[in-house]
Design a protein around this ligand. Sequence first.
Ligand code: ADP
Ligand code: MG
Ligand code: MG
Length: 250
Amino acid sequence: MLEIKNLHVKLEEEDKQILKGVDLTVEAGKVHAIMGPNGSGKSTLSYVLSGRDGYEVTEGAATLDGTDLLELEPEERAAAGLFLAFQYPVEIPGVGNMTFLRTAVNAQRKARGQDELSATEFLKVIREKAKALKIDAEMLKRPVNVGFSGGEKKRNEILQMAMLEPKMCILDETDSGLDVDAMKLVADGVNALRDEGRAFLVITHYQRLLDHIKPDVVHIMSDGRIVKTGGPELALEVETNGYADFLEEA
Ligand code: ADP
Ligand code: MG
Ligand code: MG
């Protein structure tokens, strides 16, 4: 589903190479995790895939189901089925969560050549999904992320993901601020959305998240490259021994 080949990325503003040949293939139905020390380029990889400004691809390719992602605008990537959960969700005062989601869903449906959902249809879908994810209906009426607790923001992020029905979900859950409850929320959300036609790339600093998500494949990233790929046991090795062994091997 997602195929990254020899991806090299530098900062646009500076002559600084961050990704130095990333190779990664994520198959449909699978959950892949990327771990790695701080500064190894994990977030940069997710930003580049989502089309964020400030980065320049100098070599390599990234495709989603055969479509060249790097040629597309960020919204076209989303329409093609890519979803990136933001590490720091934006607050949008004055815009109700429900309105925001309906606009997002319908914009995406339009881009995919599907009919927009009517207010009634949308309400039915969002209620079902919110219920499945144990999200309080009250949260749907509040302005997007304003005054949401960390846990509520996480819940909302998972709801966005469920509503947009992406094929490829990228979650960048780094070091800061994920307590055990929030971690479980993310894991439950991912597990609920696991599907043969959908794949996940979960970027994380901590092995603990992977206790709940159970990835099929674990990659270790260091200095802009994937230096080791293995099964879930890799995450346990990191938990016990840290990254030093992998970095030496690399
Ligand atoms: P990780 O998510 O693995 O911690 P990042 O992708 O955030 O790593 O960062 C990789 C490296 O690139 C770091 O050395 C970081 O300082 C640098 N970097 C990333 N984005 C920028 C930027 N916009 N300006 C300057 N340095 C950056
Ligand atoms: Mg970091
Ligand atoms: Mg990061």
